[in-house]
Design a protein around this ligand. Structure first.
Ligand code: G6P
Length: 642
């Protein structure tokens, strides 16, 4: 977890981590070739999002056989094929880096002690730094930046203490005691799968806050971080509870409690229907990710709002307040949806921090050679951290000697590594090609950045405090906006056959209009244009007819009356209007054909709340038109070519 990469925070407190639905664990013990199940199970966990993977088995010489790779499971499968192991015991893992880059060294399983055990871990160990220091002092060597390796050595250490004091020959129960002793010292969350070369017939599992499911077969047992890998292998499952430690052999399953002895376990029948890929109750990743936004926003905010100083705190900027005071101009560069959040950032930084901002398409910036003075600070905004144009623009600015920052979701991605510093979104993996939760988290990171830069300049303590309390309300407001889902689905039905849409908004709502139009285009293939509402009369108004709906983003604000006039202009020409308006706005209901009400907030936070109904509207229209919502035609999640 400790990293040379300046973007990576050294430690994240437990309460900052609730994104457990990433990384995956599998395990197998029985007569099959373990690696076959491990690879199949890992493939089925791909939906969680991951950037590296690995397996550990125990070979016939009782040695641990570890295979790891960065990238797809297909690549891991090639590595496994190159060094096959036909043993019937093993564990596997898919990792989505949250701390420490996606490298082979950081991929799981990790070895502990003198290569006596291998471990795969989901979750985050909060107190890993202290533990690592004390284990290093005892002579344990570390080969990764992860918190997981600390757990591996800690268990090995506990095992050697117990074995030394035990007169009887070591049994697997001793390993359970060592695991219990070790997890008693951990703060944080974990789901653990462990194998010891000393006990080649047993897999050990332990959990606190990170799910583990055991599959009970005939003469075999399976382990996984959710039920998905088990489908088709067994229908009998046992959910491990917090603080339980289990030993799985081919023929037996024993579950014990950390603070007690054996506990009974309840074997359930797996309901295959409800476990069709862990999108939970959602039909698509995009919908799941839209609904995750209250939580992903909380994760972006956590630990970053300091009420005492009425400001925001960022661990990874690597710039002192003195450095930041010298910044005379900020340039945001990005592509696609991230370019829209950059526009929101422009409004925010100018409004709240009074810093001049320019927003540049990365594909343009990299070849434009614009004059940039010394006080220019560049921010590359990117969900994936891999977009080729954004990386190219960042490199060009670096070459010119400018400080470069990244606002990025994927830890250890190319842009995160090459930037001088920045802010991670912690929004969790985004799988749907159309960006949703990463967008709102980008907007949230930019709100907090403008608070921080504003407080370094003219923004008063009082205004800072007020901003913090308004920011803290946002996840709940997003939750309320999501309640409009059914109403939005009904509106989608009404307009599903239209082939042109206009999206209009002004001031902070203008980038939202652009993003709403892009979402519709991307996933429903309907032509949609976003415009500043007032600019509409300089051209796009010629498009208005009965078949061309205009989506007006117009919550309350100082510009409301002006936007209302623009709306009347559309109505006067027979264009249908769908309004995104603030709860309690009765006037709008009289003029618009359809209204989607959302909670009102301050203008600078409105882009986050207003994005929700637009995401849902696109989703439902695309669905009704039979489009592949998660994998729209011609688009890629991460565009790594120019
Ligand atoms: C692709 C995706 C878009 C995304 C853009 C920028 O075009 O389809 O959804 O907004 O890349 O991606 P980034 O990862 O840099 O934010």
């Amino acid at each position: 977890m400790e990293s040379l990469n300046p973007l990576v925070p050294v430690a994240i407190p437990f309460e900052q981590i609730r994104v457990i639905n990433m990384c995956g664990i599998v395990g197998y013990v029985g007569p099959r070739v373990a690696q076959d199940f491990l690879l199949e199970g890992l493939r089925r966990l791909e939906y969680r999002g991951y950037d590296s993977a690995g397996t550990a088995t125990i070979n016939s010489e009782r040695q641990l056989n570890i295979t790891k790779s960065v990238g797809r499971i297909a690549r891991l499968a090639q590595e496994v094929a190159a060094s096959p192991c036909d043993s019937g015991i093993g564990i596997g893992h898919t990792r989505w880096a949250t701390h420490g880059a996606a490298t082979v060294d950081n991929a799981h399983p990790h070895l502990g002690g003198a290569e006596t055990l291998a471990i795969a871990h989901n979750g985050v160990i909060e107190n890993f730094a202290e533990l690592r220091t004390s284990l290093k002092a005892k002579g344990y060597e570390f080969h990764s930046e992860t918190d997981t390796e600390v757990v591996a050595h800690l268990i090995a250490d506990c095992l050697s203490q117990i074995s030394d004091s035990s007169k009887v020959s070591p049994t697997p129960e001793i390993a359970v005691d060592a695991i219990k002793k070790a997890i008693g010292q951990l703060r944080g969350t974990f789901g653990l799968a462990i194998i010891f070369k000393q006990w080649p017939d047993s897999i050990f599992a332990a959990r606190l806050g990170s799910p583990l499911v055991i599959g009970v077969g005939d003469g075999e047992h399976f382990l996984a971080s959710d039920a998905q890998p088990l489908i088709g292998f067994t229908e009998r499952i046992v959910y491990l509870a917090d603080n339980q430690v289990a030993i799985l052999t081919a023929d037996s399953l024993e579950v014990t409690h950390r603070d007690a002895g054996l506990v009974s376990h309840h074997v359930r029948v797996l309901d295959v229907e409800s476990n069709q890929v862990e999108m939970g109750d959602y039909d698509h990743y995009m919908l799941k990710e839209i609904f995750e936004q209250p939580e992903s926003l909380r994760n972006t905010m956590r630990g970053r709002l300091n009420e005492d100083d009425a400001t925001a705190v960022f661990g990874g900027l690597n710039l002192t307040p003195q450095d930041l005071l010298k910044v005379k101009r900020v340039v945001f560069t990005a592509c696609g949806t991230s370019w829209h959040s950059s526009l929101v950032g422009e409004y925010l930084l100018e409004d709240i921090a009074q810093i001049p901002v320019e927003v540049e398409y990365a594909s343009e910036l990299r070849y434009r050679n614009p004059p940039m003075d010394e006080g220019t600070l560049l921010f590359a905004i990117t969900q994936s951290g891999e977009t080729a144009d954004t990386l190219g623009a960042l490199r060009e600015m670096k070459r010119k000697g400018h400080m470069t920052m990244a606002i990025c979701n994927v830890v250890g991605s190319s842009i995160a590594q090459e930037a001088d510093g920045g802010i991670y979104l912690h929004a969790g993996p985004e799988i749907g090609v159309a960006s949703t939760k990463a967008y709102t988290s980008q907007c949230m990171a930019l709100v907090m950045l403008s608070l921080y830069l504003g407080r370094l300049r003219h923004l008063s303590y009082n205004r800072g405090r007020k901003m913090i309390s308004r920011i803290q309300e946002i996840p709940d407001k997003v939750e309320l906006a999501l309640k409009q889902n059914d109403h939005i689905a009904a509106i989608a039905k009404k307009y599903q056959d239209c082939n042109n849409f206009l999206y209009l908004g002004r001031h902070y709502n203008f980038p939202t209009a652009l993003e709403g139009a892009l979402k519709l285009k991307e996933i429903s293939y309907i032509h949609a244009e976003g415009y500043p509402a007032a600019e509409m009369k300089h051209g796009p108004i010629a498009l208005v007819d009965e078949q061309t709906p205009s989506v007006f983003v117009m919550p309350q604000g100082f510009i409301y009356e002006k936007v209302m006039s623009n709306l009347e202009e559309i109505k006067a020409r027979g264009g249908p209007v769908i309004a995104i308006a603030a709860e309690g706005d009765e006037r709008i209901a009289e003029v618009a054909d359809d209204v989607i009400y959302i909670p009102q907030t301050v203008e600078y936070l409105q882009p986050i709340v207003s994005a929700i109904p637009l995401q849902l509207l696109s989703y439902h229209i695309a669905l009704l038109r039979g489009c592949d919502v998660d994998k729209p035609r011609n688009l890629a999640k991460s565009v790594t070519v120019e």
